[in-house]
Design a protein around this ligand. Structure first.
Ligand code: 8YV
Length: 323
């Protein structure tokens, strides 16, 4: 029998990337068509990252990822971190910059969904939508009266952080005839809504407070016990930003003692862990960090991740580098 010629393997020219977060399957598939993908969450072996590290030229992360300076130091060939999400507070951008590593995110495409979700949570808490649903399913209708709820239209709304998402929330709230005020690091030029320098000052003036500011050390615990007390026993808090912006222990305490009336929370300090106390309360609505989670928006986010990677590897300007 004739010997077969040895199989010649040519090294793939595809750049290698490290997938460091859970992203939708359609993004994983699209990435795999263009790149050699090392999915670190699918690898139980702790030595995996260091084994592939010398070849890794880009990292795909998400809004919840923690990409520290130490982690980047383990990736000597990395050139780009592409975040599937608008928030990049988990990425040490300064450390990346020092190494010449670019960071991109997915702004704008998710603004509408996140603002929609803020209003959904506000309405769900104020109008007791989950409780009303349970009441009907449990066959209570016709037996016991459903309690009165709180009116959202015309109420006073405070927005913490009037960036892209905060402004989109304000736009929606105007449609509800709400009286809008805001706090931010500084007063915004050309904005007529009343400005308060701190969340506490703002909370004193409003019925409902929506948190839509960036995460990270600068806003850690910004919504503290004092702010919640200022919001008052009729007050409702909604957080679609980052769990760390709200002092979670203080929030649990404020809800338990009825220092505030209720809360709608899409984000938590240590996801996916939700404090058991919150889950046992009836005056809260809890969702699993899904504000941007429509098929349309997650598809647009995925496309932006791909566009940034493709631009980088083609030597073109990045569509959405972080500022
Ligand atoms: C997540 C988010 O990134 O955009 C952000 O900053 O927090 C979200 O959109 C998304 O859940 C993907 O993990």
């Amino acid at each position: 029998m004739q010997d077969r010629p040895p199989l010649v393997t040519t090294p793939s020219m595809k750049p290698q990337i490290l997938l460091a977060a859970k992203v939708p399957p359609f993004l994983v598939e699209a990435l795999a068509q263009r790149y050699i993908v090392h999915d670190m969450l699918a690898q139980p072996d702790p030595g995996f990252v260091d084994r592939v590290a010398p070849q890794v030229r880009a990292v795909v992360a998400n809004g919840e990822s923690t990409i520290t300076a130490d982690f980047l130091a383990r990736l000597p060939a990395v050139e780009l971190v592409s975040v599937f999400g608008v928030g990049y507070d988990g990425v040490d951008v300064q450390a990346a910059r020092q190494r010449g590593i670019q960071v991109t995110n997915t702004p704008d495409v998710l603004t509408d969904d996140v603002a929609d979700m803020a209003m959904a949570l506000l309405l769900a808490v104020a109008r007791k939508v989950p409780q009303a649903d349970r009441y009907v399913r449990d066959g209570q209708w016709g037996r016991a009266a459903f309690p009165f709820t709180r009116k959202v239209s015309g109420a006073r709304l405070g927005i913490v952080g009037l960036g892209r998402i905060g402004s989109a929330i304000a736009q929606r709230a105007r449609g509800f005839g709400m009286h809008i005020a805001y706090t931010a690091r500084s007063r915004k030029d050309g904005i007529d809504y009343p400005y308060y320098p701190t969340p506490r000052d703002l909370a004193e003036q409003v019925d409902m407070l929506i948190v839509s500011t960036v995460g990270g050390p600068a806003t850690h615990g910004l919504i503290d016990a004092e702010t919640l007390r200022a919001l008052g026993p009729q007050g409702i808090l909604v957080n679609i930003a980052r769990g760390t912006v709200v002092d979670e222990d203080a929030l649990v305490e404020a809800l338990a003692t009825k220092a505030i009336a209720g809360a709608g929370l899409d984000v938590f300090a240590s996801e996916p862990r939700v404090p058991a106390a919150l889950a046992s309360m009836d005056n809260v609505v809890l969702t699993p960090h899904m504000a941007s989670g429509t098929l349309e928006t997650r598809t647009a986010m995925a496309n932006l991740v791909l566009d940034n990677l493709d631009a980088h590897f083609a030597g073109r300007p990045l569509p959405t580098p972080v500022p």
